[in-house]
Design a protein. Structure first.
Length: 494
């Protein structure tokens, strides 16, 4: 693997570094409120961290029918314009923010942006999907052979076509029928003319929560988006549950799938969810702080300062500091106003690279032994750049502490992951990674330590893991059929 240039411009322009795993999308919906689309826009703004590439909203009004708007870019740049929001009237609306997968990055067409809409004999329906359908290729091939005409490259469109072919009497029943054919991970928010529908897959891999706003209801990927619209958090939609909500009758719950043990994505706790969200009754911030506590117990080291890699490493760094007694300090400062297209990337600007986004607090760092706490190491390129910056500022020693186990396997359930050979931990031992990154020490939290931090006092149940941790363990709760067909090698049984 060639050494990374410490000031690689391309890793910082365009939002987040490519050295992080990215949640592929967030979903939000409301019913029973005036100007529902305005509430959806606010909810999507709070979920922007789950997808920054594009967003869409569909709304329904009895006099104006279904209307939609899909745009590239941030929610704040599109769905805050009064002229646009006036085209989305009605008391029921759903929305979606998208982060494309590795294969379609930079090639996304507006037709790939959700929510997707379909007109059925009993009326129209729109659907927004967070997750990944692992048998989408096989379903698409079958549907095309039977006459379906696809408009997008998204696996989510399969659900609309499966609904269209269903013989069930109404849209919720057609959705049940369709989702029984689907494998993988899905949290779906959908709407008809009068109903808001939410579904989670039987394993509950991706999140979905229910909120109450006045006389209306809301569905969201995370609780932080309920907060922004002033909604009261009611409960999580349970794995394998489908809720059908109307303004008049409230929430009706059904169980369309065979019950299975829950396997919620553990990386939601580590990185994806906002720290002010609540998952499984636990504060995400407190879980991340506890990860830092576990890290300090498992991997102590003598040092002068504990510094987070902003912003995702901050809660774990606080926990590490509190447990170790080593002072917490802001050794790296993040420029909050780093734009996506900031400035034309001339060669001179390219050489500034990561400094456009992060800058070292030199006066604090000089002559110190520094512990850097980050949430994960994926390719390792960003970690090397930051280490170079810290040493350049005069640090005496640099010790990395990582708030997740080594990421050695790709995710196929709605996370943008590099190919396995590009994951540092897939090709190197911990010692080899330490040498590659050029740091004085490198330690990851253990898988059991991570489980303890999320509230499993006895650690991981190896026979029936409480979470989906495939990116760390290589144990996939749903076989990724499409990827195996393409030659992906599963981990050999031990």
């Amino acid at each position: 693997m060639p050494p990374a240039h410490p000031f690689d411009y391309d890793a910082v322009i365009g939002g987040s570094s490519d050295d992080k795993l990215h949640e592929e999308c967030g979903v939000f919906g409301v019913v029973g409120v005036t100007d529902a689309a305005n509430f959806v826009a606010l909810g999507l703004h709070a979920l922007q961290h789950r997808g920054q590439e594009a967003g869409g909203i569909v709304a329904h009004h009895p006099d104006h029918g279904f209307n939609s708007a899909r745009r590239f870019g941030y929610v704040r740049d599109n769905f805050t314009k009064q002229s646009l929001m006036e085209t989305l009237p009605g008391a029921v609306a759903i929305g979606h923010v998208r982060y494309s997968t590795a294969g379609s990055k930079g090639q996304t067409a507006i037709r790939d942006v959700q929510p997707f809409f379909g007109e059925f004999s009993m009326g129209g329906a729109a659907i927004a999907h967070n997750g990944n359908i692992t048998n989408a290729d096989a379903l698409r091939k079958e549907l095309i052979e039977r006459g379906s005409i696809f408009q997008s490259s998204s696996d989510s469109e399969c659900i609309i076509h499966l609904m269209a072919r269903s013989l069930q009497r109404n849209i919720p029943e057609r959705m049940e029928d369709a989702l029984r054919r689907v494998e993988g991970a899905f949290s779906v928010v959908a709407m008809t003319r009068t109903k808001l529908i939410g579904v989670r897959d039987p394993l509950g891999v991706r999140p979905l929560v229910l909120g109450k706003i006045g006389d209306g209801w809301a569905l969201s990927s995370e609780t932080c988006a309920l907060d922004i619209i002033g909604a009261e958090f009611v409960r999580e939609i349970e794995p394998g549950e489908m809720v059908v909500i109307t303004a008049e009758d409230g929430v009706e719950s059904v169980r369309p799938f065979r019950p299975r043990p829950s396997r919620f994505c553990i990386f939601e706790h580590v990185y994806f969810s906002r720290p002010d969200s609540i998952i499984g009754g636990r504060s995400v911030y407190e879980t991340r702080r506890q990860i830092g506590v576990e890290l300090a117990r498992e991997a102590p080291v003598e040092a002068d300062l504990v510094c987070p890699v902003p912003d995702s490493g901050t809660p774990a760094a606080i926990g590490y500091s509190q447990e170790s007694g080593i002072p917490y300090a802001m050794g790296i400062i993040r420029n909050q106003y780093m734009g996506r297209t900031f400035i034309e990337p001339t060669e001179q600007i390219r050489n500034m690279g990561v400094r456009l986004k992060l800058n070292v607090n030199r006066a604090l760092i000089r002559g110190k032994k520094v512990i850097l706490v980050d949430d994960s190491v994926v390719r390792g390129t960003t970690s090397r750049k930051i280490k170079e910056m810290i040493l350049d500022a005069g640090a005496k020693e640099v010790h990395f502490r990582i708030a997740s186990p080594p990421t050695a396997w790709p995710c196929f359930y709605g996370v943008d992951t590099p190919q396995r050979e590009k994951l540092l931990a897939a090709t190197m031992s911990e010692d080899e990674m330490r040498e590659h990154l050029g740091v004085d020490s490198l330690k990851f939290i253990s898988l059991n330590g991570l489980y303890r931090a999320v509230g499993e006092a006895e650690g991981r149940d190896s026979k029936c893991p409480q979470y989906c941790d495939a990116c760390f363990s290589g144990e996939y709760p749903v076989e990724p059929a499409d990827m195996i067909q393409k030659g992906f090698q599963m981990k050999a049984a031990e």
